[in-house]
Design a protein around this ligand. Sequence first.
Ligand code: DGP
Length: 114
Amino acid sequence: MTDTIFGKIARGEVEADLVYEDEDVVAFRDLSPQAPTHLLVIPRKPIRTLSEAGAEDAELLGKLLLVAAKVAEQAGIARGGYRTVINCNAGAGQTVFHLHLHVLGGRALQWPPG
Ligand code: DGP
């Protein structure tokens, strides 16, 4: 697959404001925040988009959600409420083709999203 900026962040080749990392997952602040708290949770494995994840990624996908909950708690947005979003492919607004989960909070969030 083509390398992306998130692949470089996962490998430590490009700086990011990291809030969490382990052997499988990295979380960092979004460069263009859409809410007072806007974090991104990515696998180190370069999966292009959610629809390209396979059965072999089941544990990793579960871990992304657990890390999202953990960083939301650490950021202090869990009690007030937060939203997790995965944009899958360009029509849904995906611009970086390395699977990532947005964690947004710190303000009231409308539903349905645009
Ligand atoms: P999406 O539209 O779902 O593909 O979201 C990509 C997000 O990534 C978008 O909110 C902006 C953010 N982003 C893009 N480039 C960088 C970067 O170099 N560093 C950080 N921290 N965030 C980035």
